[in-house]
Ligand binder design. Structure first.
Ligand SMILES: Cc1cc2nc3c(=O)[nH]c(=O)nc-3n(C[C@H](O)[C@H](O)[C@H](O)COP(=O)(O)O)c2cc1C
Length: 194
């Protein structure tokens, strides 16, 4: 696949559309290697990841459910927990996406955010090239202090959501985008070449 194909064919595939089959460690390592090549101002490399597999996904579902219902610990029969447990265990791998900004005052927080987003895009493109499904899910729960504490993330570092990885159980979805024509403004001048 050439790079434009990988870019165009990268799709968000939700956890419920993934197989339960495990993803080999060397493939996951390739995703992280791809992430690690993202650019960052001042080479701050602010991306961090916490990887949940097997029953560790249940711990994450419990914390997210507690954050949502506002009670800790959450009951094992709570519908919010059961729904999150289903979501977490639909994907064999759930990766917490963390931005750990540099203390360098010359680097703006939004630059660090941009770098982490590029790292996730690299990971998602690499997943596409390997035939793996990926899905970035954010939502308010990801920003809850209890979730940060569980992830051992202290401000100014923060969680930006979760990236689900698994083998697709559905035909590869078609993507759609509006035309780029109206998103690009060209300003051409010839003065300097006269
Ligand atoms: C920062 C970010 C957060 C996202 N959070 C969610 C989410 O919480 N729920 C959701 O359904 N999709 C989420 N998505 C995925 C988008 O819905 C998806 O990228 C969009 O529909 C375009 O589909 P595609 O990725 O297949 O091109 C998120 C994407 C990004 C970049």
């Amino acid at each position: 696949m050439n790079i434009m194909d990988v870019i165009r064919l990268r799709r968000s595939i939700k956890p419920e559309s993934m197989k339960a089959d495990p993803v080999a460690r060397d493939l996951l390592d390739q995703l992280f290697e791809a992430a690690n090549w993202a650019p960052s101002h001042g080479r701050t490399e602010p991306w961090r990841f916490v990887v949940f597999t097997d029953d560790a996904r249940l711990d994450l579902a419990r914390v997210l459910a507690s954050a949502e219902v506002g009670s800790s610990p959450v009951s094992e029969t709570d519908p919010t927990y059961l729904k999150l447990r289903q979501k977490m265990t639909n994907a064999p791998v759930v990766i917490a996406i963390i931005c750990a900004p540099s203390p360098n005052p010359k680097i703006e927080p939004h630059e660090e955010l941009a770098s982490v987003a590029m790292a996730v895009q690299n990971m998602h493109l690499c997943a596409r090239a390997l035939g793996l499904g990926g899905f970035w899910s954010s939502g308010k729960k990801a920003f809850h202090p209890a979730v940060a504490s569980f992830l051992e993330v202290a401000p100014p570092a923060h969680c930006l959501g979760f990236f689900y990885v698994g083998w697709p159980a559905i035909p590869w979805p078609k993507g759609e985008r509006g035309s780029v024509t109206h998103k690009v403004t060209w300003r051409n001048r010839t003065e300097l070449s006269i």
